[in-house]
Design a protein. Structure first.
Ligand code: NAP
Ligand code: MG
Length: 404
């Protein structure tokens, strides 16, 4: 069989530990036999980031801007414990995801991968709920402090060209904690654009929630920028029959629980952090989530939502069998290949991505799954746990039949 051809390379970002092992297996078993794979390869494994003083992460992000589509393996974000584990590290390198996000200026969209045998905990959810998380500012770039005496705290802005504003935060009569946070119009606007574009691309309604009744200026700005941006997408929304809906975060939470699913829920940074864990857990597991970073210019980076699965990696190193779920990483590849196919008008490549995903669903529906999922299936559904490799072999077998 002739291999499926590509035009433009994908930006391939390799990673760490168990996901790096799965990465190679996915390529060997599911992609290379069928696709004449073109990638520009960047090794974001921790030691190579260290050798390049993290330049490789910046280069990979810039290549993503150049080519428009990337696929990323999970990577270690070093902490104190990792500094001890890898004594050769010269610095506690920053999170690659953070670096890439700030270069691409994007929004992270996470959606559950669902099968009939694994029902969401919320029984009326019939369709996936996608969380769109703004990934800049607020409490994640805040400063905070504690004071002991009675007194007054003020907040002052000094503009470079003379603009100056001071606010009294609070007068206090004793020990107090304080916090200062910010966000930028430019980042909020990018967030809004990415959300509207993603709603159009996936033909789903868009919900957006903040607490603008309380944070009148701060959250009010988010609401206002979304309204302004919506004007640019309104016609397309009407044409597709999808809607944009704004509501308060507490009202949104109640509506989400009562809903059937099937929409995108855009959240500010902290809300998105918390709500994406709630939604993903209620749907099943982090290994059954797709995750994609979308920049306002349409640049996309596909990844798995989970980490490098360290515990499984150490078992693998000892020669023990692992049962690590590769669904999220496979869907990162299929998503990236489909997007590459769309951009380069390669219907065969798009069809390949779809068949790969279908082969994954068929495998799970045949009851072949990794250990983490076996515990989640509905009573009466017969599921057998397989090891990491066996799961990929079962998918490869089904994929080959679909492509024959
Ligand atoms: P993790 O790698 O997501 O794993 C936590 C636990 O979740 C695992 O021990 C495993 O549970 C279960 N799990 C996660 N993914 C699984 C999969 N695909 N199949 C089966 N089980 C899975 O999180 P972590 O242990 O907190 O972090 C490990 C490293 O990943 C850290 O160095 C962190 O910096 C990095 N990280 C990277 C990313 C990213 O690049 N996107 C995201 C998060 C974390 P059991 O052990 O019970 O089987
Ligand atoms: Mg979190």
């Amino acid at each position: 069989m002739a291999k499926i051809q590509m035009k433009t390379p994908l930006v391939e970002m390799d990673g760490d530990e168990m996901t790096r092992i799965l990465w190679q297996m996915i390529k060997d078993k599911l992609i290379l036999p069928f696709v004449d794979l073109k990638t520009e390869y960047y090794d974001l494994g921790l030691l190579h980031r260290n050798e390049t003083k993290d330049q490789v992460t910046v280069d990979a992000a810039n290549a993503t801007k150049k080519y428009g589509v990337a696929v990323k393996c999970a990577t270690i974000t070093p902490n104190q414990q990792r500094m001890e584990e890898y004594p050769q590290l010269t610095e506690m390198w920053k999170s690659p995801n953070g670096t890439i996000r700030s270069i691409l200026d994007g929004t992270v969209f996470r959606a559950p991968i669902t099968i009939d045998a694994i029902k969401p905990v919320v029984k009326n959810w019939k369709k996936p709920i996608t969380i769109a998380r703004h990934a800049y500012g607020d409490v994640y770039k805040s400063v905070d402090m504690r004071t002991e005496q009675p007194g007054v705290c003020t907040m002052t802005f000094k503009g470079e060209n003379g603009e100056e504003k001071t606010l009294t935060v609070q007068k206090t009569d004793g020990p107090t904690v304080w916090q200062g946070q910010h966000n930028k119009d430019k980042s909020i606007r990018s967030f809004a654009k990415s959300c509207f574009q993603y709603a159009i691309d996936t033909k789903q309604d868009l919900w957006f929630s903040t607490k603008d009744t309380i944070a009148k200026v701060y959250d009010g700005e988010f609401k206002k920028i979304f309204e302004e941006e919506f004007e640019n997408y309104k016609a397309k929304f009407e044409e597709l029959g999808i809607t944009y809906f704004y509501t308060l975060i507490d009202d949104a939470v109640a509506r989400v629980i009562r809903s059937e699913g099937g929409y995108i829920w855009a959240c500010k940074n902290y809300d998105g952090d918390v709500m994406s864990d709630m939604v993903s857990t209620a749907f099943g597991s982090l290994a059954m989530m797709t995750s994609v970073l979308v920049a306002p210019d349409g640049t996309t980076e596909y990844e798995a939502a989970h980490g490098t699965v360290t515990k499984h990696y150490y078992r693998h190193l000892k020669g023990e069998k692992t049962s690590t779920n590769s669904m999220a990483t496979i869907f990162a590849w299929s998503g990236a290949l489909k997007k590459r196919g769309e951009r380069d008008q390669l219907p065969e490549l798009i069809a390949f991505g779809e068949k790969l995903e279908q082969a994954c669903y068929d495998t799970l529906n045949d009851g072949i799954m990794t250990k983490d999922l076996v515990g989640l299936v509905e009573p009466g559904f017969k599921a057998t746990a397989t090891d990491s490799e066996g799961f990929l072999d079962a998918i490869a077998e089904r994929l080959a039949k679909k492509l024959a």
